[in-house]
Design a protein around this ligand. Structure first.
Ligand code: PBG
Length: 341
């Protein structure tokens, strides 16, 4: 072994460090594996999938290299693949045809909408995988907002009523985990009440607890076709990037209202929030590595500016280190395949 790192003729490092040498445990692969504190497994992964109408259709999402929108038949195949790889959950996001979008987001309540049909199809063909759905109106509204607009203002209480009906329609179609991503006040409790009242006491709620008004959702909005329609921004309901204590307050309310799991979104720029929520509440806590984070890593990788594969692993491990119990990530199938090898 190369001992040159241990000795110098004029500096006594052992005396400086009191004999402690951090590099001892890092000296070779087996030792690094032995002292590794965190690990990523397939059980940590939730795979977000985009849906489109049609048959045997696949559409690439331009700003998300390697990510595609699937028609329902292909979504079933994707779910089959995910189940085989051991991915516990897929999350469904519809690209609603433009002609079905309106001011009220009424298509969200249609029990035969794209999401509900996909839920039923996957439930039937791949019953072993968990299904998660987003509760928010933005894929269904002509103005691209998550809530209802009245005189230019997103109204809270009326939106919450609409969201409870959206959640119920999804639960009836087979959604296992309802993910309210709208950031309206009181929505977790309202949805819990309506689910319980209709016999869905076992349907879980993963609250988008700390969801920030973020630039990193750009490619997602392209994927669901809400990029050209959104008027203004979402700052009156999504959180301010400057705030951290506020996330604890949000979490306290969501937990009191019945959230089973918490989520922080985006992921990488908000690892401190993941850690604070996990330390404070010990609930299963998830991070969403959002579309813009995915796009950044892929774009830099494609330019040869960084090693995409290594950046992917490092970013996902960082979530585990921050205390996340799991990660929603578009890298899920890639990572799961590698972990299965
Ligand atoms: C809908 C929703 C968004 C995302 C998930 N659910 C977009 C938004 O709030 O504008 C973003 C996910 C991503 O960027 O990967 N409310």
């Amino acid at each position: 072994m190369d001992r040159s790192i241990h000795s110098s003729s004029f500096i006594d490092v052992s005396a400086i460090t009191g004999g402690r040498r951090m590099r001892r445990n890092r000296k070779c692969d087996w030792s690094r594996r032995l002292v590794q504190e965190n690990q990523l497994t397939v059980n940590d992964l939730i795979w977000p999938i985009f849906l489109i109408e049609g048959e045997n259709a696949i559409q690439p999402v331009k700003s998300m290299p390697g990510v595609e929108r699937y028609s329902i038949d292909n979504a079933v195949r994707a779910a089959e693949k995910a189940a085989k790889l051991g991915i516990p959950v897929v999350a469904l996001f519809p690209n609603t045809p433009t002609e079905l979008r309106d001011d009220e987001g009424s298509e969200a309540l249609n029990s035969d909408n794209l999401t509900c049909r996909a839920l039923r199809a996957i439930k039937k063909e791949v019953p072993e995988i968990g299904l998660m759905t987003d509760v928010a109106l933005d894929p269904y509204t002509s103005h691209g907002h998550d809530g209802l607009l009245r005189d230019g203002i997103i109204v809270n209480d009326e939106t919450v009523e609409q969201l409870t009906r959206q959640a119920l329609v999804q639960a009836e179609a087979g959604s296992d985990i309802i993910g309210p991503s709208d950031m309206m006040d009181g929505r977790i409790g309202a949805i819990r009440q309506v689910l319980d009242g209709n016999g869905f006491t076992d349907t879980q709620i993963m609250a988008y607890t700390a969801k920030y008004a973020s630039a990193f959702y750009g490619p997602f909005r392209e994927a669901v076709g809400a990029n050209t329609t959104l008027k203004g921004d979402k700052k009156t309901y999504q959180m301010d990037a400057a705030n951290s204590d506020e996330a604890l307050y949000e979490a306290e309310l969501d937990i009191a209202e019945g959230a089973d799991m918490l989520m922080v979104k985006p992921g990488m720029p908000y690892l401190d929030i993941v850690r604070r929520l996990k330390d404070q509440f010990s609930l299963p806590t998830f991070a969403y590595q959002v579309s813009g984070e995915y796009a950044m890593i892929c774009a830099a990788g494609q330019n040869g500016w960084l090693d995409q594969d290594r950046a992917m692993w490092e970013s996902l491990l960082a979530f585990k280190r921050a205390g996340a119990d799991g990660i929603l990530t578009y890298f899920a199938p890639t990572v799961a395949e590698a972990l299965n090898e």
